[in-house]
Design a protein around this ligand. Sequence first.
Ligand code: FAD
Length: 435
Amino acid sequence: MTVPPTEIDRAIDRSGLRPGGRPVEVVVARDVAEVQETLRRAAASGLAVITRGAGSGLAGGAVAGEGALVLDLSQLTRIRAIDPVDGTAEVEAGVITADLDAAARAQGLMYAPDPGSVGISTVGGNIATNAGGLRGAKYGVTRDAVLSVDVVLADGTLVRLGRPTIKGVTGYDLAGLVVGSEGTLGIVVAARVRLLPAPRRTATASAFFASLEEAATAVAAIAVSGARPAVLEILDGATLGAIDAAEGTGLRGRGEALLLAQTDGFGAAEEMGVVVDAIAPTAAHVEWTEDADRAADLLHARRQALPALERLGRPLIEDIAVPRSRLAEAIAGIRRIADRRGVAIFVFGHAGDGNLHPIIVVEHGDELPANAITAADDIFALALALGGTVTAEHGVGRLKREWARRELGEDAVRLHDEIKRVFDPRGILNPGSGY
Ligand SMILES: Cc1cc2nc3c(=O)[nH]c(=O)nc-3n(C[C@H](O)[C@H](O)[C@H](O)COP(=O)(O)OP(=O)(O)OC[C@H]3O[C@@H](n4cnc5c(N)ncnc54)[C@H](O)[C@@H]3O)c2cc1C
């Protein structure tokens, strides 16, 4: 179904990046055949195809400028099957991540990947960005849940990559290659994903600290404690203040940093005891609960971090990861950058993965202040200097290309270019975005 290309909402994502010009066409696909037909048409005419799920991306990946065709998959919303014995689900790309998890839970299972945007993002978008999430500390990222993907190639061919089984090593890992390829290698129209038993018990702790550095020290203590929390999130005082203003919570008054930890499984309470012992020496105050509603409130507050900062201005959302052992150094480095460049940097992230989101908030407007751009560059350089990465989960998109190429290095970029040519010889799939 083609809709008027004047709908700017379908030409942008949540990164704040604005395209130059307008797309020529917006196709909201109703089925896989329509995706194939659109790709055949685009291949024949050389039109750039910008695929989108929900447009919740933060890297400028689903941003469509002059002359592009937007291919919207948000209406491919069928959960085709859930098999509790195999522990798998077959889903279409436009299924909202939380809907898949809810359908799995109805059968005693769970879909583990849970980005902060779980209630709005699509499974296809999560696969395309290899999204992480709050439970990543224990369950990993989207790649860990994907068994196979149905992909429409640049010439319209539909191909299944990967395998139906939990185990299997036949052929190259082409499904793995598509995961995280940000719409540059093919269009994911459906996937078979792994489901896990839904944990029967959870225990959730909130620990407040006098500084973010102390919270980072506590993360290291948990890492060597023998416990493995499913969730281990970190938020600084400024972010807590923004959440309080948006949600009416009273977090900021309790400390300059918050660690949110959740253990799950049959021994959740016992494991939480180990976590609490590990952080007690550095925490100003720790409390924990097995009450599901209290836990849901805490996790909800965490998920509101980015929307709360969006209320303050235009956020430049960074997404670095460093080895967990260097988290405290990364935090100290970010503080120095904020002071040196004279910008406000809010920090929160998935501490269990060493993944920090330093967010520079600037006034709304098209022009970014020079000191904000320099501060962002400093943050990328810091991540690389600490042996980390410039994007842990949001992807490269249009915003992080230069730094991604620096991180990859010349030889790896050449390999990427060659792989891209195999999948997309005419370069029509999301040009200008990714690595
Ligand atoms: C409040 C908030 C919290 C967030 N929290 C997290 C988080 O915790 N972890 C995290 O990883 N991300 C997070 N994000 C970022 C975002 O939600 C993820 O990147 C998500 O995976 C994007 O899904 P989407 O369906 O919105 O994809 P889009 O934004 O529509 O697209 C993202 C990229 O994937 C491509 N794409 C989309 N669908 C397909 C497809 N079917 N086939 C091929 N290419 C496709 C697009 O071209 C684009 O390059 C958050 C965003 C917000 C707004």
